[in-house]
Design a binder for this molecule. Structure first.
Ligand code: HEM
Length: 445
């Protein structure tokens, strides 16, 4: 199987920092390496912040919400609303950290049940990441065996499978096929079911909310509609449903796959795990839980988490962009409407940008004095005006979850599993292949 990282390095070696290819009859420009990606996404951000239309994923989401919304007022309004709302969480009386720490306690209970043996952490991390988003959007988390929650998650997984499969590719490449009753139609039906679920949550919020006292993101959105009114606003019930689904989908696989990558490398590098454990104990001393601000006193843990993100490389080709006007890049002319793929993976492993581009090594983020430093090529969240809007939430989740777990447990590679496999599977978000996590409860906890 081709490993994406090697494949992308090979393309860069052969064709350079900017090259084009065709998806069907549509020309696409691929950007490799920090220089080209930064010029497009940061220096010329307004010119490169569109989203392509008429891909299966943009047709399913009707270009609404945020992720696949084209550059324009609706995208801008919804992005700003989502960012502000996530930042202010603190919604109601509970801070974002509290919501995350509550979920962490459930992860710990599950792991405790498996102490002394091993388990595949994929499902647990996936449910936990989904639950944190649910807590933000819906104001509640679900038990891990709640049938409604499990159905929703499995429908999203079904949708993902189709969206990355051969039928989606045919949909994108041969527009003439789109009207035919082929298997990609199923993706549209599944998305309708997911919308129905979100719509139900909105309806129940309408009947239980107290205007001006938001419990969660849905309440905030309803307050926003009240405040702005109908006249020319981009805020409405339909857009809200698409936004909710965007946040739910974007915030789940990305975070859980990063956690799985971190755990795999920590199990197979006990010296790194032990150094993190010692640093965490030293900083937290007798305190029962960590806070996000503790990261400033934990340079090694910070370096380990960033290195896990770099190696996880969860969104290797970012979300595709589109030029919003005629522009140029690295000496090439690009007409308005050109689809652009920022190859983030090529930046995260670029020779010359990293001390150890291909190996898991927290030293990539430490200077000679052992202080945490973030190289410019650290772009797992992309950059510019389309940069991931869940970055703050994701960073808080990764820190609080990993610190709590490393304090309480030791993770060991289960020898009966044979040699660890570091290969990835390519999906909407790139992931480690399934593996087993050996769990031991630390005696001091
Ligand atoms: C480790 C976790 C995560 C990674 C690596 C990640 C990465 C990314 C990347 C690469 C993009 C594309 C940016 C671009 O188009 O240039 C993106 C967009 C986005 N992400 Fe994340 N993400 C993560 C977690 C989250 C979370 C937790 C949320 C939800 C709260 C979220 C919500 C979004 C949204 C809504 C967009 C679309 C932004 C826009 O188009 O303006 N992400 N993310």
């Amino acid at each position: 199987m081709i490993q994406y990282n090697n494949f992308s390095q090979e393309l860069k070696r052969r064709y350079g920092n900017v090259f084009s290819l065709y998806i069907g009859s549509r020309p696409v420009v691929v950007l490799n390496g920090l220089e080209a990606v930064r010029e497009a996404l940061v220096t010329r951000t307004a010119e490169f912040s569109g989203r392509p239309n008429h891909l299966m994923i943009s047709d399913i989401t009707e270009g609404k919400g945020v992720i696949m919304a084209d550059f324009g007022s609706s995208w801008r309004d919804h992005r700003r609303f989502a960012l502000t709302t996530l930042r202010n969480f603190g919604l109601g009386k509970r801070s974002m950290e509290e919501r995350i720490l509550e979920e962490v306690s459930h992860i710990c209970s599950e792991l405790e049940r498996n102490a002394g043996s091993s388990m595949d952490p994929q499902h647990l991390f996936h449910l936990a990441a989904s639950n944190i988003i649910c807590s933000v959007i819906y104001g509640e988390r679900f038990e891990y065996d709640n049938p409604v929650f499990l159905t929703l998650i499995s429908r999203i997984q079904d949708l993902t499978k189709i969206a990355i499969g051969p039928w989606a590719m045919l949909y994108d490449i041969i527009p003439a096929l789109r009207a035919l009753p082929l298997p990609f139609k199923k993706a549209f039906h599944i998305y309708d079911e997911i919308k129905e679920h979100a719509q139900k949550a909105v309806t129940s919020h309408k009947s239980s909310r107290v205007p001006g006292e938001p419990r969660d993101l849905i309440d905030c959105y309803l307050d926003q509609i009240d405040m702005i009114g109908d006249g020319g606003s981009t805020f409405n019930d339909v857009q809200m449903v698409f936004l909710l689904i965007d946040l739910f989908v974007a915030g789940t696989d990305t975070t859980s796959n990063t956690l799985r990558c971190a755990m795999l490398h920590l199990m197979t590098n006990q010296h790194i795990q032990e150094r993190c454990h010692r640093e965490i104990e030293d900083v937290l001393e007798g305190r029962s839980y960590a806070l996000f601000e503790d990261r400033h006193a934990m340079p090694y843990v910070q370096a380990m988490i960033h290195e896990s993100q770099r190696m996880a490389d969860t969104v290797p080709l970012s979300v595709f962009h589109k030029t919003s006007c005629n522009t140029q890049l690295q000496g090439y002319q690009l007409p308005q409407g050109t689809m652009v793929i920022p190859n983030l993976s090529s930046v995260l492993h670029e020779e010359g940008q990293w001390k150890f581009p291909q190996e898991f090594n927290p030293d990539n983020f430490l200077n000679e004095d052992g202080e945490f430093v973030k190289p410019e090529a650290f772009l797992p969240f992309s950059a510019g005006s389309r940069v991931c809007l869940g970055e703050g939430l994701a960073r808080t989740e990764l820190f609080l979850i990993l610190v709590t777990l490393l304090r309480r447990f030791q993770f060991v590679w289960p020898e009966q599993e044979g040699a660890p496999n570091f290969r990835k599977v390519f999906g909407l978000a790139q992931a480690q292949k399934p593996y087993c996590l050996g769990v031991r409860l630390r005696s001091s906890q």
